[in-house]
Write a protein that binds this ligand. Structure first.
Ligand SMILES: Cc1cc2nc3c(=O)[nH]c(=O)nc-3n(C[C@H](O)[C@H](O)[C@H](O)COP(=O)(O)O)c2cc1C
Length: 146
């Protein structure tokens, strides 16, 4: 079965709400196992067919747990070439994190990224949650069809 990994960091729950909706959309597709985690080891990243990062913006950057996870994966030289990568996250005024995550996924890991990242101002409303569900569904469909 194809595997979709959602990794989410969230301090005040906004990006977590997005992650739940992304997972819901992905789970609507048959033949895909969806896992949501706060942290994944390099081997877990390597096992997934698609990885979606939930990355809120703090201090014009992704948060430290996400940065550390990517650095650990890079040091372990984990092979993610050609896997699908995507990013979403809540923000307050500048919202860089999803774009920064996507740059690393593409340039360091050679992932096949879905651009642009999905950035939502503070708490996602119903329309934004629906966009999250669509993102999850789109990616699950891509790997289910493999
Ligand atoms: C200390 C602090 C720093 C922040 N820095 C930024 C920032 O640089 N750019 C931005 O767009 N939002 C910034 N925010 C706003 C958060 O991104 C926003 O509150 C978001 O909803 C948090 O998502 P979360 O609930 O998933 O943690 C900051 C918030 C705090 C408390």
């Amino acid at each position: 079965m194809a595997g979709l990994l959602i990794i989410c960091d969230s301090h005040t729950g906004n990006t977590e709400k997005m992650a739940e909706a992304v997972a819901e959309g992905a789970k609507s597709v048959a033949g895909v196992e969806v896992n949501t985690k706060y942290f994944a080891r390099p081997e877990e990243l390597a096992q997934a067919d698609a990885i979606i990062f939930g990355a809120p913006t703090y201090n014009h950057d992704m948060t430290i747990p996400i940065k550390q996870m990517l650095e650990e994966a890079a040091k372990a030289n984990v092979q993610l070439n050609g896997k699908i990568g995507a990013a979403f996250g809540s923000y307050g005024w500048s919202g860089e994190a999803p774009r920064l995550v996507l740059e690393v996924l593409k340039n360091r890991f050679g992932m096949n990224i879905i651009e642009p990242g999905l950035a939502v101002l503070y708490t996602p409303n119903q329309a934004k949650l629906e966009e999250c569900r669509k993102l999850g569904k789109l990616i699950a469909e891509k790997i289910a069809a493999k």
